[in-house]
Design a protein around this ligand. Sequence first.
Ligand code: FEO
Length: 382
Amino acid sequence: MKIGNGIFSIGVNDHNIELFEGQYKVPFGMSYNSYVIVDEKIAVVDTVERDFCDTWLNNLKNIIGNRQVDYLIIQHMEPDHSGSISKFLNAYPNAIIASSCRSFSMMKQFFNVEYGKNQQNVENGSSLSLGKRTLSFYTAPMVHWPEVTLTFDNLERVLFSADAFGKFGANDVKEGWEREGRKYYFGIVGKFGAQVQAVLKKLSPLGIEKICPAHGPVLQKNLEHYLNLYDTWSRYLPEKRGVVIAYATVYGNTKEAALRLADLLKDKGEKVILYNLAECDMTDAIADAFCYDRLVLAATTYNSEVFPFMREFISHLTERNFQNRTVGIIENGTWAPMAAKVMKGMLEKSKSIKFTDTCVRILSKLDKESTVQLHALATELL
Ligand code: FEO
């Protein structure tokens, strides 16, 4: 696909994958993007996951014919982007691999190879001339690994953004960017908001006109929208008004309370998103917890603790620096309710969490007293 005058997309779609990076469900597959920049010299930006190497090399050949590649830029060492370097070098033995010093160390660790005369280190602010255009490099540590370096084509004002601005899902599946982009962001770099902020600051003077990420579609219109979303997400600010109710239930009684609360809120016109943590894709629940401004955690006590799905969910949130939210708690317990104490304790180091005054305590099943508490919680959340 043609992206610009001399820029072409040559990536692949993976519809065989079930779990991206061993944990994220990707029912719509995954794309591994790669780009070729054709000028007096030719540069390829990133490779693809190794199982797709032959398709990728064919895509490249379809664009450049018998010309040779001068540079292979590896922006990010993770194998979904670097897994085809060896086969690439078989086809283009004289190409120079341009990447960060740290990236080359990782390549040695992963692939047990050193590239000798084929290796060129790039660092923040360094550049590479291809003829009419110059490529500039910008380090982006922890977006998503420490070695990441982004590339900017100053002729066509295109940013090659590695994992940043990527999304789950193959490029030949029609779906919007936002939901899967949000899930991808909070899944892989949610913890590193400060580093994302630093990169946004570094990129802001560039006058970017297109963003070519390593996953998902090329972003060509309304870039301000995507940049603003990344700014909001990396500052851990709520993106939308609404209440996420995440529940973990054993016999259905905690679920009943969650549904009752949802009805009370919806009756007042509130947006409510419900997740049964044992059944849902946890990535959806995590992304929505960061998206909306209020969160209710409803769980039963289990082994003098909290039901495991809730523990897992809160761990995902705190690992990713969950903060700046209002949180309500519903606990259930038949003989010694502990869930509220455990859930609050797990969030005690999270910044700017405002717990509602009402904490609903259910003793096995909603009764008159706990129903009154539930109404009080709804009123507070509203
Ligand atoms: Fe798409 Fe961090 O690899």
